[in-house]
Design a protein around this ligand. Sequence first.
Ligand code: ADP
Length: 494
Amino acid sequence: MTTFRNFIAGEWVAPSTGEYFDNVNPADARDVVGRFPKSTRADVDRAVESAWRGFAVWSRTPAPARGDVLRRVGDLLAARKEELAALMTREMGKPLQETRGDVQEGIDTAYYAATEGRRLFGHVVPSELRNKWAMTYRRPIGVCGLITPFNFPLAIPTWKAFPALLCGNAVILKPAEDVPHTATVLVEVLLEAGLPPEVIQLVHGMGETVGAALVEHPRVPVVSFTGSTETGSIVGQECGRRHKRLSLEMGGKNAQIVLDDADLDLALEGVLWGAFGTTGQRCTATSRLIVQAGVHDRFVAMLEARAKALRLGDGRQAGTDVGPLIHAASREKVESYVGVGAEQGAELVTGGRRAEGAGLEHGFFFEPTIFTGVTGGSRLDQEEIFGPVLSVIRVADADEAFRVNNGVKYGLSSSLYTRDLNVAFRAMQELDNGITYVNAPTIGAEAHLPFGGVKETGNGHREGGWEVYEFYSETKVCYVDYSGTLQRAQIDNY
Ligand code: ADP
């Protein structure tokens, strides 16, 4: 079995403890992908010290030259797309078509970052005084600690690392302990593309040790975290205490709304992909289906038939629609919601059990599950399950649908199926989410647009697109007075 290493201070090194953990294939827990370092604070300390040396070099490299490195990263990811998709499916479980998409998102993010190297605009603004210029430019900040989840093993680390690097920062990546192999290959690619070695550090290990060490380290001024709301709130408190710049991307309880006038066939494809793609383990997964009364029964019948026909299996096998959950604890959590549904009077239409057919015995599979009769305010309506469980809520009209959509503490994405343009535009205005899709599912973000949510999903920052470059850089304002006299703003002209 392969033993993997951290990348610290320009070298692939063993953890200071000499201890490792096993990374297993969730479709077959007997298959161990490799042993990965169980690092500690001492490893993080070394990484931070080295990253500041990397920063000294990289922050002085012209932004277009930094962009050139990221363009090569995009080229290398494209060349290794199939290999990366296969190893990602092995350690994470989602089918190959999805892991190929995950790699493509990394490629898109790399090429976007490359071109941003020739923009990274500041402003030149008229001064209120004569013979004086005022301007802004974007300045690198320092060392960024990036803490990432398991569900997009490549895409999410690239969303954070590429803009951070393009802006001239050094990066310490702490990938989720379930998907450390993909992160290892990402670092190999960055180095092969010509990134100076100390600019990137990879520290594997557990969240409570390595993640916490990054969050608490006084010399890591920037933290970007994607994961559960519970962990995000710990990270938020720790960073707040230390006045760190922090981006949080957390939970969702996203709804697809289907109104009476919707194209039901289209809405059906949308909800199947939104609810059961990635086995429901996306922050943008469709976990609620809000259906208007006029089409409710017909649409649920259509959905039940298709959900029952979804094929579970190893994501590397052709024909697999739905892979396993990430680990045993996650399956137990999902299973516990079957009891919650029963207690709260919801009707189990399909699923609700571990899937244990041929070839599934050793994986963490769970049947696609649908509850109807879910009421607004109940636990199935409110709580993020992070699994293949869809709660169907019947509503009288669009206004009630909007109220139910907005009646949760999260606000990541929402989706509306209708042919009525007026209702669609009203929804874009009324739905309390960072992203609203019209006639498309709750998932499907594109790399060049901002991504993020409102309310308890996030803390106001966005990943992706142009906005993320503001997070990873500091605005510097420069005034140049070439009048040769003392000119006093707010005083001399008034
Ligand atoms: P998920 O349920 O999506 O795995 P988590 O919030 O548990 O979400 O994990 C997301 C990332 O946060 C992982 O890389 C994990 O190791 C890390 N993490 C977990 N606990 C902490 C913590 N206390 N401090 C910092 N990072 C943590």
